[in-house]
Design a protein around this ligand. Sequence first.
Ligand code: PGA
Length: 276
Amino acid sequence: MTRESAAAPGLREPASRNPIVAGNWKMNGDHAFVERYVASLREADLPSAVELVLCPPTCYLSALARADLGIGIGGQDVHWLDAGPCTGSVAARMIRDCGATWSIVGHSERRIGLSESDEMVADKVDAALRAGLRVIVCVGETLAEREAGSAETVVLRQLDTVLARVPEAALAQIAVAYEPVWAIGTGRTATPEVAQAMHALVRARLIEMNAESAMSVCILYGGSVTPENARLLAREQDIDGALVGGASLDPGDFLRIAGAFAERATGALQSRAAGA
Ligand code: PGA
């Protein structure tokens, strides 16, 4: 695999904050789906200004990695241990061995659906970084938490628990995905303004940790991202990409979303902050 260089301990910094658009297939697909998807991507012009990452179910990682599309391949979760009596779980080094260069960690479907605590998520981020993976760390509040006025407190608590375990030198290996739980799979996207406000808060916290590295950390938005709303989201100063669930199952939609962020990266899409 040519992507070995992203490994710890020789952690390398990405050259700049190129947008990242990651597709989270969740528990969908089969080998035939992977083949069709790969064929579509081979026929397409992949945007060079955007880092594309696809996160299939673990059992399809190797097949997708073998296709050698020149994009990032990610797991959807890792265990916090490197090996051991954990039936049904997969270690970070194992998904790395299958060709993954990334992993999602802390998705709300695991935090809420499988009772993963902030501490478990932090342990998993630590394990993934030790295995040489880059990590998309998911944070986000529920609707009840937003309505109670505690969205910011919740997101910062989730983030701080992870950051306490990330060495400064490894900060550039993570991306943060702000995914309000009420927006996931509901068709109800956060407005660009609401998302930007939370992204700015996350950026401020990263800057407190290390001002220089913080500027290279991508903060992705996730929650019902579509080709239609991606251009509006991409205009926001601190929305550096997207973590896409449902829409990533259609390669055309996935690439249209990536295209919106490519326009941002090349300056074709003027940021709202710049007065567009
Ligand atoms: P969605 O999922 O795009 O289907 O809302 C996003 C996610 O859960 O990462």
